[in-house]
Design a protein around this ligand. Structure first.
Ligand SMILES: Nc1ncnc2c1ncn2[C@@H]1O[C@H](COP(=O)(O)OP(=O)(O)OP(=O)(O)O)[C@@H](O)[C@H]1O
Length: 785
């Protein structure tokens, strides 16, 4: 615990802060860059030039400076930056900070991984500092992020750069249970870093939650808003300079201004003060006048630092695209993972269900590298846990677009693999932007289906240098057979129901394509549906019924694998509507599953998805194969073939169990010793089986003999009965008959032993009878004699 400071030292500290603030204000005013100028074009100050107030009473120029310590920012911020090892500014920081520090609206655009976060974090902290905002002043600034992970990341940057400042900050994101505690403390915080939903919840529910006192920063897919309000709180000890004004910063501005976030943003903005300074940042910046009007921007400085660059993506990013048919995507992904076991790989798929299925299925196949998954339907603690684990370790992370924007994974991501095509060029830029950040390099690969080739053109038009490569199909390791085997396994209640997941993955993927507006690229009618289903390991192709009004009247192309007429409701043999795993009705699940809570929902709506509208494809699990006319032999499905697996779950060639991998190219060659040993074993096994067969045969013959014997005996007895009915009725003959009946009724092993016993009894009885007869004859003869 720090010793309490004396009154004198506190006063001293306050005075020096006031002096610093005065100096900063004067410095900022003095060196304001020309409105409309780009500080990057200004010459940098000489290396050893004095910084701040110069002897002659003037100030050093900060526009054009290259280091943080040359900026008019507080010593506390400089210390924080230095300790976090930030010394030289990046281009977007050099371009925007001189303008933002002197109170102008900013529209900042710069490539992914170029340091936009600091470009708005620094002005947020500095505004609060210069306003002398303290813990007792309440909420002064709000930072909103489209995703919880991004919010957490921004919060970390804020904590590290602002660690010497006397402001309180809180992370308010959805999925946390402690909302009541948050409500109690939210008004004590100076900076809120939050997701939009949580912020709106507080605006609606928290008593006395007052944003009119905010200095707000909103981060929505890199949309950040900072408000600094005037006049400052009355209890500020020192006079506040008149240069203070409200600031709004939007990070990932293009996304936050997207239709999907419209309602949330409007609701938030309506509760914030109108007079403000506004910053918008994104790698794919909006220039829409309408958007800017919604935010009441005043002559913003448009700073697009990489406009002249020949590429829209980082220079150190090596980008490739590869044609992969839908039904081979998982084979390709599996092969990719197996051949990059020492890399950190981020894999993008379209829907939560796909992410879950691929993750759960691949996990069971043990590829030899840790696997993780991230999507909006996971519990918050797990999401954050996965995010931090992926930051730390070499692994493969399967994710939806929830991880596509803003995230800066601590240890560099080596590869970004886009298994499913991004929805547009901007989404592509943000996804690949998770690698090759700041000064590091990175690689990306995009799987494109033949029907999606138009996307390649679109990317190239937007200055994205993608190299088109051909897949080496010889090295492709098919996985669909393994998946089929996994799905065929009996359901263990404790285990994840893979078949259900595969089914949902199938449905949600097709629906995401169906709902897409860009039919040039995304056309569900061009997809090989049955092959896709088989590639997921599904034993049958789930039936699909489109309720789409538009597609009802539409002619389905002859090439298409979809035949809507085959999906009429009367023909369907419907499965129970309740999901066996979640217990939810299928409609409920379908409704929820594509809503990637704080992210994808926006995208869906943006593309015309209207929740439970009639445009949504209604897809149901079928119990028969769809296509009646042509049945194709699917080479990926192990029909009637015995599949051999090794310990890791890989399929092996038929003779692999008898052979060793000898050749360098990985081909399998026979090992004579192992083969002869194997045959010797087989011979032994056959001999054993032969012995057993013979034994069985002997037993059968014995049984048969016994049957005949009994039959004969019964015959004799019947004759005896007819001859001497009075003597023997109800005697041994009857008993023997009963016993023999019992004997022939039984066919079990137990019965067999019983049968032996009974036989011995029968024999014993028959002998004693004979003896008795002999005895009787003897007696009679002796009597006669
Ligand atoms: N001036 C700097 N000096 C050194 N490293 C920096 C500097 N600025 C930012 N970085 C580092 O660069 C990386 C990328 O920064 P940041 O996350 O701010 O990028 P971004 O432009 O916001 O990317 P995206 O568009 O993907 O969100 C981070 O690891 C950050 O710590």
């Amino acid at each position: 615990m720090r010793p309490p400071k004396s009154r004198e030292s506190r006063k001293q500290k306050r005075l020096s802060e006031v002096q610093e603030i005065e100096l900063l204000e004067s410095w900022i005013q003095n060196g304001r860059p020309e409105s409309g100028s780009n500080p990057l074009s200004l010459p940098p100050p000489p290396k050893d030039a004095p910084v701040g107030r110069i002897d002659d009473g003037t100030f050093s120029a900060y526009a054009g400076s290259q280091r943080f310590d040359q900026l008019p920012v507080s010593q506390k911020t400089k210390d924080g930056l230095k300790e976090a090892k930030f010394t030289k500014m990046t281009e977007i920081q050099r371009a925007s900070l001189p303008h933002s520090l002197c109170g102008r609206d900013i529209l900042g655009a710069a490539k992914t991984g170029s340091g936009k976060t600091l470009a708005f974090i620094i002005p947020v902290i500095e505004k609060l500092y210069r306003a002398r905002w303290g813990p007792e002043d309440g909420v002064g600034s709000i930072i909103i992020s489209p995703t919880r992970e991004l919010a957490a990341q921004l919060f970390d940057v804020l904590k590290s750069v602002g660690k010497h400042h006397n402001v309180s900050a809180g992370l308010l994101i959805g999925g946390r249970k402690d909302i009541d505690t948050e409500k109690e403390h939210v008004n004590d915080l100076n900076i809120l870093v939050c997701t939009p939903g949580r912020l709106l919840q507080h605006m609606d529910e928290t008593p006395n939650f007052d944003c009119s006192q905010l200095q707000v920063k909103i981060t929505f897919l890199r949309l950040v808003s900072i408000y600094i309000f005037f006049p400052p709180p009355q209890h500020s000890i020192l006079p506040v300079t008149s240069s203070l004004e409200q600031v709004l910063v939007l990070d990932e501005a293009d996304r936050i201004l997207d239709v999907g976030f419209k309602k949330a943003l409007n609701a938030i903005v309506s509760q914030l003060p109108k007079h403000r300074q506004t910053f918008l940042f994104s790698a794919t910046q909006t220039k829409s006048v309408q958007d800017l009007a919604r935010l009441s921007l005043k002559d913003p400085e448009y700073l697009s630092v990489h406009d002249e660059s020949v590429t829209a993506t980082p220079n150190r990013l090596h980008q490739t695209a590869i044609i992969v048919p839908l039904d081979q995507k998982l084979d390709m992904l599996w092969s990719f993972i197996k051949s990059h076991l020492n890399s950190k790989i981020l894999v993008f798929l379209s829907t939560c269900k796909q992410v879950r299925f691929v993750f759960e299925a691949f996990k069971k196949l043990h590829p030899g590298i840790p696997l993780k998954c991230l999507h909006g339907r996971m519990k918050q603690e797990r999401r954050m846990g996965i995010y931090s684990q992926f930051c730390e370790t070499r692994s493969v992370l399967f994710s939806t677009d929830v991880a596509s924007r803003g995230l800066d994974f601590n240890k560099a991501v080596d590869w970004v693999v886009q298994v499913d095509c991004p929805e547009d060029v901007a989404a592509y830029i943000h996804r690949v932007g998770r690698t090759a950040r700041y000064l590091s390099g990175g690689k990306s690969v995009l799987f494109l289906m033949p029907s999606e080739m138009k996307m390649l053109e679109k990317l190239q038009e937007k200055k994205i240098p993608i190299q088109f490569i051909k897949a080496n199909t010889k090295r492709l390791q098919p996985v669909s057979g393994l998946l089929a085997a996994l799905l065929a396994k009996k359901d263990d209640k404790k285990e994840v129901d893979l078949r259900h997941l595969a089914h949902r993955a199938f449905i949600t993927y097709l629906r995401s394509i169906h709902k897409h507006r860009d039919k040039e690229v995304f056309d569900v009618m061009k997809l090989p549906i049955e092959e896709f289903s088989a590639s997921l390991g599904l034993p049958m192709t789930p039936k699909i019924r489109f309720l789409n009004q538009k597609s009802k009247g539409k002619q389905v192309s002859g090439e298409s694998s979809l035949r809507e007429e085959n999906y009429s409701k009367e023909n369907l043999f419907e499965l129970p509507r309740e999901c066996p795993v979640t217990g939810k009705l299928e409609e409920e699940e379908e409704e929820e599953e594509e809503v990637d809570k704080d992210f994808l929902s926006a995208k869906e709506t943006a593309h015309g998805g209207q929740g439970k509208s009639t445009e949504i494809a209604d897809i149901e699990l079928g119990t028969r194969i769809l296509k009646k006319k042509k049945l194709k032999i699917n080479v990926h499905r192990p029909v009637g073939t015995r599949v051999v697996f090794d310990d890791e779950g890989n399929t092996l060639p038929p003779l692999a169990t008898l052979a060793d991998r000898i050749s360098g190219d990985g081909s399998v060659q026979l090992d004579e010793d192992r083969v002869s040993k194997r045959y010797a074993n087989l011979r032994e096994e056959l001999k054993e089986e032969d012995k057993e067969d013979k034994l069985l045969d002997r037993q059968r013959r014995k049984e048969k003999r016994m049957k005949e014997k009994m039959k004969r005996r019964r015959g004799r007895k019947d004759e005896d009965d007819i001859e001497g009915e009075e003597d023997l009725s109800g005697s041994d003959g009857d008993r023997t008959n009963k016993r023999s009946k019992k004997y022939f009724d039984s066919d079990s092993d137990d019965a067999e032993s019983k049968r032996d016993k009974d036989n011995s009894t029968i024999n014993a009885n028959s002998i004693s009878l004979k003896e008795q007869e002999e005895l009787a004859l003897k007696l009679l003869s002796s009597m006669h004699s």
